[in-house]
Structure formats: C-alpha cells, structure tokens
Design a binder for this molecule. Structure first.
Ligand code: SF4
Ligand code: SF4
Length: 375
C-alpha cells in the first residue's frame, strides 16, 4: 500500500539506530522475539556496523542501541562500535542477558571495558525463560557492578500470570537487599508481558493487561515503528525494534548495502501507510477497527503485548482484506494525528523538531522498550 503522497517525511522526531551484531545467543528462550539461539551463527560484519553508525549522523538519528541475539558475544567488535558511536556524539545503550557476569569481579571487569568504550546505558533482561539458560544471579552481579560504577541499571523482567522470577525476586535477592536504600532506588526494574510469537496462542496474564473493547481507547500508537531502525545480523534493516520484526517480512524495509541505506530504509517505511497508521494509532486500535467492519474478527482479551496484536494484523488474511478495502477511510484521521504529534504540538511547545545527532546536549537516552527485552 503506497502512501507516498500522504506520508512523505511524516515522522520528524529523533530516531534510534538499533544494531544487532549477531543472532547468536547462549540462551534459547521459547518465543524469543529475535528467534536467536546458540545454533544461529549469523553475524553482521564490523565494517557494515560502523558504516550504519556513520550514516546515522546524517539521517536524523539521536542514539545507538546494541542488542541481539547477545551482542556481547562479539565483544571486540561491540567495543569498537560503541567507541565509534560515542566518537560521533551518539548516546549508547546495551541490551544484554548478562551471561558474562559470572561473578561480581568479572561483571566489574566487563563493565569497565564497556564504560571505557563510551557506554551510557545498560539494560539487563531476565525472567523465567531467560533464567533457564542464564541464572538470575548474573543479572544481580551485573546490576551491582553497574551501581558501583555510577551507571544506573535498567532491568526488564518477563511478565505472565504464572512465573518463578519476578521483579520482587530481583529486589529480594540477598545481594540487592543488602544494598543501602538509596542504591536500591537507583535500579530501574520494569516488567513486560512475555508474548507468544504465534498470534493464535493466548497467554495468561495478570488481570487488566489484555486489550478489549473497554480499554482499547487508551492503547497508544506504536512508538517504535518509524522511530527505531534495526540493522540486523543478516543485513536486513527493520523499521521497528518489535518482536514481529524477524517474522513479518513487511517490517523489513532495506538491505545494508551501498550508500545511504538508512535513508533508503526511512523513505521505504514512511511510504507505507500501514506503518504510519500503526505508529500513530497502534495495532490494537486497527484490530478493533477491522472487527467493526468484519465482526468475524475475534480480537478481544487475547493480546497484552502490542507486537502480538501486530503479528495478527500482518498474518490474518481476513484483516488484510479489510485493511486493503477500507484504509482510505482512515487516511485523514491518521494524518491529522501525524500533524498534531510531529508538527503542531512541538511548535506550540517551542521544541526543535529535528535533532542534531552530533549535538552534545542530546536528550537522555530513553529507557528500552518492552520489545527490546524479548530479545
Ligand atoms: S507493534 Fe511491535 S512488531 Fe508492530 S510495528 Fe510496533 S514494534 Fe513492530
Ligand atoms: S530472549 Fe534474549 S536471552 Fe532469550 S534467546 Fe532471545 S536474545 Fe537470547
């Protein structure tokens, strides 16, 4: 669905370049959002990583995130890429399962190297699936080592109804519980729904998390699509950092080849009205809208994670038909949202719409999205 005439350059806010140096991971979580495993040996050459980061300076990017697979498996290349990004003025973030933090001492050594390369922010992932392969203690070691070095750690914990590892378990671990209260308060822990990669599977979550008619009104647009571009280990560029990215072919918008592949990716993504629609309205609202057109579409009380709703949107042929036949009815409303969010409101607030990625006073790196965790 081309919407070139409708959506040229609609999203003007700062963008994030997410780099996946490898699809390899020492873990093999069920429903891993990036389908990573110890057996997948796909690696992105360092030259391509560095070229992508260099291109990001002229394509409106504001920060660089390293994720995976497990990015620390490419240790030397990771340090080189962080240093390159920092040298170009980008704040940097690492998303890791902390498998390397086998002791407090080892965690400290690794963090010293990351900080020396210029790392600004670190996110650890844990939960029932992760802990089958990487003990939660390693996240605890890595958290304490970060605090000791003045780095505020972010921890993402899988959320489902029945589980053995929760936010409370992290906080009550003896090494964390023994910290002074002001240090514990500096740990940012977030719980995020752990979603099945199959849109027809219904996971059980604590009350109030799944989307239905009563709460779909407060579901927001997807802040990842058109904002985060992912340089993946296989050289494809994704137009979001979401869990559907490796599974939904339409979310891959360019190949990391030749000059200006990031600019090509942005142009391709913004020329697709469905992506613009998802960005401003979110997949849950689109599902609800499609079900009004065709009541056979069963969507309520199934999805707590927006990416699972998005998988349904892209994979269900009935929904695809409704979108194809009726999307023009939504063009005006979506473009009005785009104008309000990206032009009118920033102007009223006196904000600069374009962010210079070389600017030393860049905004603080935003916390990782929930989508960054299930990977
Ligand atoms: S909802 Fe998830 S999969 Fe869909 S575009 Fe947003 S981040 Fe990507
Ligand atoms: S969810 Fe994270 S830790 Fe688990 S297999 Fe995927 S990349 Fe590895």
């Amino acid at each position: 669905m081309s919407a070139n005439e409708l959506s040229q350059g609609v999203h003007n806010g700062p963008k994030t370049l997410s780099v996946m140096p490898t699809f390899t991971c020492p873990a093999e979580c069920a429903d891993c959002g990036t389908v990573s495993s110890p057996r997948d040996r796909t690696n992105l050459p360092l030259d391509t990583i560095l070229a992508g980061i260099t291109q990001a300076t002229r394509a409106g990017f504001a920060n660089v995130v390293f994720t995976g697979g497990e990015p620390t498996l490419r240790w030397k290349d990771l340090l080189a890429a962080i240093a390159h990004a920092r040298g170009l003025g980008f704040p940097t973030r690492l998303v890791t399962n902390a498998h390397w933090a086998v002791s407090l001492e080892r965690a400290g050594e690794r963090l010293d190297e990351l900080l020396a390369a210029g790392l600004d922010e670190i996110n650890y992932s844990t939960g029932d699936e992760h802990a089958r392969f990487v003990p939660m203690e390693r996240v605890v070691h890595a958290t304490i080592a970060a605090l000791e070095r003045g780095l505020r750690p972010h921890v993402m914990v899988e959320l489902r109804e029945q589980r053995r590892v929760s936010k409370q378990d992290v906080l009550e671990h003896p090494l964390i519980a023994a910290l002074p209260a002001e240090e514990r308060d500096r740990i940012h822990i977030n719980e995020s729904p752990w979603m099945p990669l199959d849109p027809s599977r219904v996971e059980r979550y604590p009350d109030g998390l799944v989307t239905n008619r009563a709460n779909v009104g407060v579901r927001t647009g997807c802040d990842s699509i058109l904002q985060t571009y992912v340089l993946q280990a296989d050289g494809r560029i994704g137009s979001c950092c979401g869990l559907g990215m490796r599974i939904i072919p339409e979310l891959n918008v360019a190949l990391a080849q030749g000059e200006d592949f990031l600019l090509r990716a942005i142009e391709e993504a913004e020329n697709d009205f469905l992506k613009v629609w998802i960005h401003y309205k979110g997949p849950e609202k689109i599902l609800a809208w499609a079900a009004e057109k065709d009541p056979s579409i069963d969507w309520e009380d199934r999805y707590a994670h927006r990416c699972q709703a998005c998988l349904r949107l892209y994979q269900d042929p009935v929904i695809a038909r409704v979108v194809r036949e009726h999307y023009m009815e939504m063009v005006g409303e979506v473009l009005q949202c785009a104008w309000l969010d990206d032009v009118h409101i920033p102007e009223q607030l006196g904000e600069t719409v374009k962010v210079n990625p070389r600017c030393a006073s860049l905004p603080k790196v935003a916390p990782a999205t929930s989508a960054e965790m299930q990977q």
